[in-house]
Design a protein around this ligand. Structure first.
Ligand SMILES: [Zn+2]
Ligand SMILES: [Zn+2]
Length: 1015
């Protein structure tokens, strides 16, 4: 093998030139540069010898948590001195690394320092002939507790770590040195390499390139031996997704490690050509320690290419480098392009497009054509929950950026794969109130608002697609949210648990916010285009829904005073909770019934599995006292807006096998500019013990109209069952009730057979409220229950202990229709009273309900909901035939009438009647040839005009995921879904030429619930 690479690719000599010119002209460029140089300073001032000696080898273990057995066996992690406190407060980052005290960790809680031996002395004695640590070679007489030097002292060997952990008085292992090795050695080295590479790119100063090369050369010495699996088997923890594999780090995070090292090699390549000092240094080391021959720059490069880049590439194939979808692909592309070999690079890039990618180790084949055709759903969202879903789309965006550095290898991803464009649009759509993306599955922290979408993303999209929509989105981000329009450079930045080491944190800060524009001829060209683009238009809150991702959100008002309610029904998503049909409600600037968020630990962490991810912790229905299916998907059946009424209905009957019906209907009804109430109807048939779970974002709640008795001991599982007791021994708690995680229990005395209310005064744990704000959530409950209980459940790390309300209908083969109304209010309620009304109809009793809502201002709403259209006579003289109806009255009589999927709604003399309530028909074909105008042909005459535009069309088929669309246009016998494709994926997974499989197919029936209004 020879070095065929001729020049730097990701940032070329020309781009470095531009950066120098731009730095002279623009202070913002100098600011970025100076931030990088400030952190690079420490690295460039270290001697070659110091840098070279920093790099440890395979036999010094790396771990993310000092406590062994924490994930699989549920061992509480903790400092040997003070116990578990630090974990609740800092997760795994409760250890601090003091730069002045090498090879030790300091507990942030109690300040105790571990280990008690001087590991540094031992380390030096354990270096082999190639200067690599081998535990067996070390002088074990140095392994003793410095505070107890007398060998007769019983504490002489206590808290002594030889690299493989120290044992406490109870026999538990604590991996102090291994944790230090990850956060105190490898993370700084990886960050240091990245920072040196960027420093060279900004300045062209060869000193940075030289120091980076010293590190890369030394890493290449040890890399072939680096392998995580043996460490995993010894009980060390890393980011390895259950496989135990990896190289320096676990296989998931190794994708970033490898990408960073490869990018740096490419960046500095130009800067080390002719560096004779580098040759001298490496040659001296290679002779002294018997390493690969390094008598020329070519040989040093060859060593890095062969023992680092190609090694890492081989691990993309053997599974030791594999992350979430998109991470591995970006890693591979960066490695291959950094290698820059006319023969090898295209071969490796071809592998990205090969149906067999990534290799035999994985059943899941996710080559780029698959990801962009099938992996991303029609909305451009990845197949996971929360932030994980965004990894897919962000990595695909990044991939386009990476591949552009190697124009010889041309793949037209942009025009070929329409889902790529949706991937750029998805983030802003996923927000509710233009302010937060609902927490779903393993994501974020209870009640915390995280907004998605940035100016940088839309600028990248605009650059790639040239679509003016992105220009307007970018401008909106800038003007409304103060977003920077500079395009992110694609630097690899590594995380550090709670900044275990200050230097690691400074690297992270130094690498933040570097932009691609710096390296362009005119760094303002694109931004000028965007700012001249004119107005971004209004960004009204829109009600939206997502297909496979399974998030339907009703919204009303403005971002300032808005309300949003959402249902989750995702299909086949990684990192899911057992949360089918979970309900969310954001109002009064607060997440009122928040998801509990990311468990303390991923994987089989007992509380995570038994409670946080389990059905009972969510605002949804548990059947049979066990968790529902993971991510079973659901079908949107109604999604209609007719202000003041907005309504959605989702069928989730795959959630429980024994349930024939598992369906939630949610209506949001506005009563003013800043207030709405939410009617929630949960219908279920079949299975034992129906328990509808709720929790408000508050530790306490006031109950009126129902007497609860405190249970002085135990948990919801029973007075004798202590907190956290698992339903079974190892592993058996999976899918069980989780009731032992609900404590401070109070239960109704017998049946609850009359209405009652529960009021949560929402806690402001994230400092969102202003002086005088006092948001509440009041729930009005109507359904007869065998028991109503309240209890507290602890969100991960006890960030909040929300008060739960569990409405239980007990017995075998239960049929339920739970009716509840949620009233989010500020300071004072706006509802005077709600009554459930008697209804007469032909369907089963649980299929229909009606309520009368009396508002404090004297108005009255009558609301009716039916599972399917049927003739209903409502107490008080209302007649209805349809799916959802609303009549609003004031002292002058009927004010407004709204009907969804209905043909008749009569209240006294006021009568709203139409011929067709639901438009039905059959699909005759699809046409996806125009990406901006996907067409579905139908067999019925569509009404003239544009009354259907904005309405929702639901296609009915055997697919487990939702296939509803908003109608963007229609005519000539076809309905347009606009630029949302109806392509699901490939017909044949292994053959990309097999043609497409569709979400909508010839023969599918469809329904369009129509909206009728009066006044
Ligand atoms: Zn401590
Ligand atoms: Zn959840």
């Amino acid at each position: 093998m020879a070095v065929n690479k001729t020049h730097s690719r990701f940032i070329t000599a020309q781009m470095r030139e531009y950066a120098l010119v731009n730095a002279r002209r623009h202070s913002w460029v100098r600011d970025q540069r100076d931030r990088v140089l400030a952190v690079a300073e420490a690295w460039v001032n270290r001697s070659d010898d110091v840098l070279w000696s920093m790099v440890p080898g395979q036999e010094l273990p790396r771990t993310l948590c000092t406590t062994e057995g924490v994930r699989s066996r549920g061992v509480e992690p903790g400092c040997p001195n003070c116990g578990r406190t630090g974990f609740d407060q800092y997760r795994m980052g409760w250890w601090f690394i003091d730069g002045k005290k090498p090879w030790t960790l300091t507990c942030r809680i109690c300040s105790e320092i571990y280990p008690k031996n001087n590991f540094g002395e031992f380390y030096v004695t354990a270096l082999d002939s190639t200067h690599v640590f081998r535990k067996e070679l070390g002088d074990r007489s140095l392994l003793f507790n410095k505070d107890h030097p007398d060998p007769e002292d019983p504490h002489h060997r206590l808290y002594v770590d030889d690299g493989y952990g120290m044992t406490d008085a109870d026999g538990n292992r604590h991996d102090i040195i291994a944790y230090y090795c990850h956060y105190g050695i490898w993370r700084p080295i990886e960050g240091g390499v990245n920072v040196l590479g960027e420093a060279f790119a900004f300045t062209g100063d060869r000193r940075y390139a030289h120091k980076a090369a010293v590190l890369l050369d030394r890493i290449a010495d040890v890399y072939p031996e680096m392998d995580y699996l043996p460490l995993h088997k010894m009980g060390f923890h890393h980011s390895q997704g259950g496989t135990g594999e990896g190289r320096i780090e676990g296989c998931i995070w190794e994708t970033s490690v490898a990408r960073g090292l490869a990018r740096c090699y490419d960046l500095i390549f130009d800067g080390i050509q002719g560096d004779e000092k580098l040759v001298g240094f490496c040659l001296e080391k290679s002779i002294r320690y018997g390493l690969a021959p390094k008598d020329s720059i070519d040989n040093i490069c060859l060593h890095i290419q062969k023992d680092l880049l190609l090694e890492a590439l081989s691990s993309v194939k053997d599974g030791r480098i594999r992350g979430n979808t998109g991470m591995t692909q970006c890693s591979l592309a960066t490695l291959a392009i950094a290698l820059d070999d006319p023969e090898l690079t295209p071969k490796w890039l071809d592998w990205l497009f090969d149906p067999e990618y990534p290799g035999e180790y994985s059943k899941k084949k996710d080559a780029i054509p698959w990801v962009l055709t099938e992996g991303l759903d029609r909305d451009g969202v990845g197949g996971e929950c929360g932030g994980y879903a965004l990894i897919w789309l962000r990595q695909m965006q990044k991939l386009v950026q990476i591949l552009s550095a190697y124009p010889e290898y041309h793949q037209d991803l942009v025009t070929r794969y329409p889902k790529l464009k949706q991937a750029f649009l998805a983030e802003s759509r996923l927000n509710v109130l233009d302010a937060m993306m609902p927490n779903t599955g393993d994501s974020a922290i209870v009640g915390k608002w995280e907004r998605r979408g940035t100016g940088s993303t839309y600028m990248h999209a605009y650059k790639i697609h040239g679509d003016k929509r992105f220009a307007r989105l970018a401008k909106y981000e800038q003007e409304i949210h103060g977003s920077d329009l500079r395009r992110d450079l694609g630097t690899i930045n590594v995380e550090s648990a709670g900044a275990a080491l200050e230097e690691a944190q400074s690297i992270i800060d130094g690498l933040k916010g570097l932009s691609e524009d710096v390296f362009e001829d005119d760094p303002d060209r694109l931004i000028n285009e965007v700012t001249q683009e004119g107005d971004y238009g209004t960004r009204e809150l829109r009600s939206e829904f997502f297909g496979r991702y399974g998030q339907a959100q009703l919204q009303s008002g403005t971002p300032r005073n808005g309300r949003a309610t959402f249902i989750h029904y995702g299909f086949d998503k990684g990192h899911s909770h057992q949360d089918c049909l979970n309900l969310g409600l954001v109002a009064k600037n607060m997440d009122m019934i928040p998801d509990l968020g990311y468990p303390e630990m991923p994987g089989n962490w007992p509380k995570g599995v038994a409670f946080t991810k389990n059905t009972i912790s969510h605002n949804t229905l548990m059947i049979g006292d066990r968790g529902s299916e993971l991510s079973p998907g659901g079908q949107l059946e109604i999604f209609a807006e007719a202000a003041p009424l907005r309504v959605m209905q989702v069928d989730g009957s795959n959630a429980y096998e024994e349930a024939d019906t598992y369906r939630r209907t949610v209506a949001m009804i506005d009563v003013g500019d800043s207030d709405s109430y939410v009617v929630d109807i949960f219908r279920a048939c079949g299975g034992d013990n129906h328990r509808l779970s709720w929790h408000g974002a508050s530790e306490s709640a006031e109950v009126s109209g129902l007497r609860l008795d405190e249970q002085s001991t135990g948990t919801l599982a029973g007075p004798e069952v202590p907190y956290g007791k698992l339903d079974g021994e190892k592993g058996e708690f999976l899918g069980k009730s989780g009731f032992s995680y609900l404590h401070r229990v109070a239960r109704s005395r017998g049946r609850a057979d009359h209405p009652y209310t529960v009021d949560w005064k929402i806690e402001d744990i994230w400092d969102r409220l202003s002086e005088g704000d006092e948001p509440h959530l009041r729930m009005h409950a109507f359904t007869d229950c065998d028991e109503v209980a309240m209890a507290n459940g602890n969100a991960p790390r006890n960030v909040q202990l929300p008060r739960y309300l569990i409405q239980s209908r007990l017995g075998e083969d239960v049929n339920s229709q739970f009716v509840n109304v949620l009233e989010p209010y500020e300071n004072k309620p706006f509802i005077r009273e709600i009554r459930q009304l008697e209804v007469e109809h032909e369907l089963r009793p649980e299929a229909v309900c009606a309520i009368e809502v009396s508002l404090l201002d004297g108005r009255k709403d009558f609301f009716v909901s039916c599972e399917q259209p049927t003739e209903v006579k409502v107490e008080g003289g209302l007649y209805f035939h349809g799916l959802t109806g609303l009549v609003r009255q004031d002292q002058n009589g009927v004010q407004q009438v709204r009907m969804v999927g209905g043909t008749r709604l009569t209240s006294g003399a006021v009568n709203l009647e139409t011929e067709v309530g639901i438009l039905r028909g059959t699909v005759t074909g699809v046409d996806v040839s125009d990406q901006e105008n996907n067409l579905v042909y139908v067999d019925v005459q569509l009404p003239a005009g544009n009354s259907l535009i904005g309405r929702t069309i639901h296609f009915h088929n055997d697919l487990p995921l939702d296939t509803s669309y908003k109608i963007k246009g229609y005519g000539d016998g076809a309905v347009s879904t606009g630029d949302l494709t109806v392509v699901r994926g490939f017909k044949n997974f292994n053959d990309y030429d097999s043609g497409h499989a569709y979400l909508v197919n010839r023969g599918d029936e469809f329904t369009i619930p129509l909206v009728s209004t009066l006044r």
